[in-house]
Design a protein. Structure first.
Length: 107
């Protein structure tokens, strides 16, 4: 239980090693990973609605959107985390780790 850890901050971190996002975008079907790649599809579809797929920042935008989706899923699936956030006992933020520069951007 998160209540017993003493943690005050949950950081959900994605990264710029685009393998999974590229595979999801390409529609790869490969055993157990297929289910995980399908979870990225909502982010791909949302970004397709606002950005041209040939835009060089398209995949990066999908990564950010996927992190936002993961944050929402955590809230949806964890009553404990929802309650701790509501009562301001913890905070939760998203972030992206750039594997080339080592920089972490928070949102």
């Amino acid at each position: 239980m998160i209540q017993n850890t003493g943690s005050k901050l949950i950081i959900v971190m994605g990264h710029t090693a685009y393998g999974a996002v590229n595979s999801a975008y390409a529609g790869v079907k490969s055993g157990h990973i297929t289910h995980l790649l399908e979870k990225i599809q909502p982010a791909i579809q949302k970004v397709k609605n606002i950005k041209d797929e040939t835009d060089e920042s398209f995949i990066h935008s999908v990564i950010i959107e996927n992190e936002k989706h993961v944050l929402k899923e955590i809230l949806k699936k964890s009553k404990d985390i929802r309650e701790l956030l509501r009562s301001k006992k913890i905070e939760m933020i998203g972030s992206i780790y750039d594997v080339n520069t080592g920089q972490v951007d928070f949102f």
